[in-house]
Design a binder for this molecule. Structure first.
Ligand SMILES: [Zn+2]
Ligand SMILES: [Zn+2]
Length: 406
């Protein structure tokens, strides 16, 4: 069976997350996005694990409506590298809590920070039969390739146990496959959502061919056993991610690698810290060209949250206007999920909403949207192509320093 899974989110117990990140809301919202399986996130947090247990029917079955959950957590290591763990059962999560609580305060944050390195965390993961891999591997703050130049440098003799890598919002398969050491890993596209709303939860997800909708099913797919595997990675255009380009973290002015270096990674405009973008980091690490992919690698589909496409179509300034919300609900009620609307539905059938929205969806399908890349912590943003060439020219020559956030 084919399932859509978003295996990395954070609960209301993680820092800077929505109070609505409770299991019931996540389960309901995931279903609207066409997601079957969601990672619980934060399962080492005692209050969150309690909530998970309340919704479980046995040691590994957690289900809300049509949405199943698998136990997951993200752990920050001593070098500030984030690791994602997929855990088989509630009792194994409890074992994990027992082990790592000696190295960090698990109640302080849904995403715990522990005084262990990547290799030690991978050993602990192996002991509880969990799967582990680096989260948002290329982002410049808290990721493996921010602190290390290779998997081996991080995971040492546990490197062969690493089974997957999370691409993160600023990278896709074409980026990551330029690095040869990643070719054996299964790529995950996950949302890392901090709120359950439609432009966050499942903004990235992976379609898997699995024997069952469970930890064991996903494990077979990630390890590519008996013909199972990841069948499609779905996510942002990498340029939309907030660390795609090298840029100042204060004014978001973008730099190329050599000028960032010549300025000593300080922005000459405001002395802000310049952070290396994912695009530049990949080109430093690349040992293959853009077209090198291992045989098992599935296609990567670039998807944009429907609410953002509606917002663009209506020329509204936010996704939370009444107009955007009404149109979103209307489409979801008829077509069931965002994927159906954005990819599968006949374009003529979408005309239950304003024609401008239908046109925007059509532009997305035809890949006509203009992407202004993000960097320095500011998301990239999208624009519909203007009908007249004159406006089009103006858009393309717009300076990068004043990117609007949405
Ligand atoms: Zn993280
Ligand atoms: Zn600056």
């Amino acid at each position: 069976m084919i399932i859509n899974a978003d295996l990395h989110i954070h609960s209301k117990y993680s820092m800077a997350t929505s109070k609505k990140m409770d299991l019931t809301t996540i389960g309901e919202e995931a279903a609207k996005k066409g997601i079957n399986l969601v990672g619980t996130g934060d399962c080492t947090h005692p209050f969150w694990l309690k909530e998970i247990k309340e919704h479980s029917t046995d040691d590994s079955t957690i289900k809300i409506g049509d949405t199943s959950f698998v136990l997951t957590t993200e752990i920050e290591d001593i070098n500030r590298v984030h690791h994602l763990l997929l855990i088989p059962t509630i009792s194994k999560a409890e074992e994990l809590i027992e082990t790592i609580s000696k190295y960090g305060n698990l109640e302080a944050d849904g995403r715990p920070t522990v005084k262990l390195d990547g290799c030690e965390i991978a050993e602990i993961a192996k002991n509880i039969e969990a799967l582990i891999g680096p989260s948002h591997a290329f982002t410049p703050w808290t990721a493996i390739y921010a602190a290390h130049d290779s998997l081996m440098s991080c995971y040492k003799d546990m490197t062969s146990y690493i089974s997957f890598l999370e691409l993160g919002l600023s990278a896709d398969t074409n980026y990551a496959d330029q690095i040869k050491e990643l070719h054996d890993l299964t790529y995950l596209t996950n949302s890392d959502a901090h709120s359950p709303w439609t432009n966050k939860l499942a903004r990235e997800f992976t379609s898997f061919n699995v024997p069952e909708e469970s930890f064991d099913g996903v494990k077979s797919a990630i390890l590519r056993k008996r013909g199972y595997g990841a069948k499609l990675n779905v996510g942002f255009y990498p340029e939309e991610g907030k660390y795609n380009q090298t840029a100042c973290t204060r004014c978001f002015k973008q730099y190329n690698l050599s000028s960032a270096k010549s300025h000593g990674w300080r922005c000459p405009e405001d002395n802000g810290l310049i952070k290396k973008g994912v695009s530049d980091r990949i080109s430093e690490l690349a040992d293959l060209d853009l077209t090198s992919h291992p045989e098992h690698r599935p296609e990567y589909m670039h998807l944009i949250p429907l609410s953002e496409i509606i917002m663009m179509g209506l020329q509204h300034s936010s996704i939370s206007t009444k107009g955007v919300t009404n149109a979103w609900n209307k489409l979801i009620n008829k077509f069931g999920s965002e994927v159906n609307i954005l990819i599968n539905a006949d374009i003529e059938e979408l005309n239950i909403v304003d024609q401008k929205i239908v046109n925007a969806i059509e532009s997305f399908r035809k890949r006509e949207l203009i992407i202004h890349p993000g960097g320095g912590g500011k998301y990239g943003w999208l624009e519909l192509p203007a009908p007249s060439d004159k406006k089009f020219e103006k858009v393309q020559t717009k300076g990068q320093a004043n990117l609007l956030d949405y």
